[in-house]
Design a protein around this ligand. Structure first.
Ligand code: NAP
Ligand code: G4F
Length: 350
């Protein structure tokens, strides 16, 4: 039986990847951080929690990573753990550099020391491109990161290549464009919108406040993208691949379609608020997955319109069930109202 170690198993991609690998017959190990309250809701939601082998480890603690590898003795490591929210990376740039950047070197060093035969997948990102061009980005387009998060990921991207070329480790970058799902964190704009649409529909809220609604992203469906991670590690040679839908849409279009899916007019409910503007933003991202298509045989199945509908449907159903007294594992009921969260913006306003 093949063994996989997933860092970041409590996140969106970690949960879907764990399910995917279990279905393929893998023995799945996942690292999780000690938190004051456990957060396994995603794997519980997917019904796989009981099938996971969990190992406490933190990317800022090299010894804990080594220990996780010793315990799991994996054939493949999927490094999904990161401080993954771009907005937070402006508030916590040093912590983000440590976890999202240096953390990757800690995993690569552990592989080099423990067993260089272990295959390694690094969760690289379209944020690497930043505002480098307004064209579709493939693997040859130069990077120009525009956030502390992207700068940390750039370092991690190069370390992955350096360990591949320098130590002959099977280390690969999946350069994934934005991918969303009903398991997406509530701070990301897509789920923030679909959750708000559900609450507004049921009369629990009146409006939603957003930042830069002109920003454009190439949004795909997370379970489609998870499959590419596995495919990348099954090739004969290690390499880097862009994973995308090749379409780009604005936040405004996303909001319009999400409200429309619930029979509402977005203009009556969407407000803009400077609080959600970033010091520097990426205005346009659109990928080109041609290489992944030709070499891996990968293509996205779920596109923009369908993605929005399935996310709105799921959030509506959850709030509806919750209001009827049903209790289940999820995140939204427990999330603070954003007006209660103070940031640098509030300090500047005072
Ligand atoms: P996510 O939902 O935010 O999950 C991030 C995971 O990392 C969580 O399990 C989190 O654990 C863990 N983590 C954070 N800091 C850690 C630390 N110091 N030590 C160990 N674990 C830590 O992110 P995602 O959307 O699943 O994304 C997965 C990966 O792909 C991330 O590296 C992200 O940067 C990258 N990526 C995502 C996208 C996208 O559109 N989703 C696109 C490109 C690349 P806790 O639950 O304890 O916080
Ligand atoms: O949903 P977002 O926060 O995602 P972002 O910044 O594109 O990052 C995500 O995708 C990356 C891949 O490209 C990943 F690497 C990263 O880990 C993460 O998963 O914001 C998308 C866009 C931005 O331009 C943002 O300024 O939406 C804009 N936006 C407008 N109003 C907002 C809001 N973003 C958030 N989070 N909240 C708003 O109210």
């Amino acid at each position: 039986m093949r063994r996989a170690l997933i860092t970041g198993i409590t996140g969106q991609d970690g949960a879907y990847l764990a399910k995917f690998l279990l279905d393929k017959g893998y023995e799945v190990f996942g690292t999780y951080r000690r938190l004051s309250t456990p957060n396994f809701w995603r794997s519980q939601y997917l019904g796989i929690f009981e099938n996971l082998n969990l190992i406490p480890a933190d990317l800022v603690d090299a010894g804990s990573i080594m220990e996780a590898i010793r315990i799991s003795r994996p054939d493949e490591i999927y490094n999904l753990a990161a401080q993954s929210f771009v907005g937070t990376s402006f508030e916590q740039p040093i912590g983000t550099g440590d976890m999202t950047g240096l953390g990757v070197t800690r995993v690569l060093e552990a592989i080099r020391n423990f067993d260089p035969e272990i295959k390694f997948y690094q969760a690289s990102t379209s944020e690497l491109y930043g505002n480098s061009s307004n064209k579709q980005a493939n693997e040859e387009v130069p990077f120009k990161p525009a956030s502390p998060y992207a700068a940390a990921k750039l370092y991690a991207y190069w370390q992955t290549r350096i360990y591949r070329e320098g130590y002959n480790i099977f280390a690969c970058n999946g350069i994934l464009f934005n991918h969303e799902s009903p398991l997406r964190g509530l701070e990301f704009v897509t789920r923030k919108i679909t959750n708000a649409v559900a609450k507004i529909t049921l009369g629990l809220e009146k409006d939603i406040k957003l930042g830069n609604i002109e920003a454009k992203r190439d949004w795909g469906y997370a379970p489609d993208y998870i499959e590419s991670m596995w495919m990348i590690l099954q090739q004969r040679d290690p390499d880097d691949y862009v994973i995308a839908t090749n379409e780009s849409h604005s936040v405004k279009e996303f909001a319009e379609k999400a409200f429309d899916a619930a029979g509402l007019d977005w203009q009556e409910h969407v407000k803009t608020d400077k609080r959600f503007l970033r010091p520097l933003d990426v205005h346009f991202l659109q990928g080109d997955y041609d290489k992944a298509n030709k070499k891996l045989g990968w293509a996205p199945k779920v596109k923009f319109g369908e993605l929005i509908k399935l996310m709105v449907k799921e959030d509506l159903s959850r709030w509806d069930r919750w209001q009827s007294g049903e209790r289940f594992s999820w995140d939204a009921f427990n999330y603070p109202c954003e007006d209660k969260i103070l940031s640098r913006y509030h300090r500047m306003e005072r």
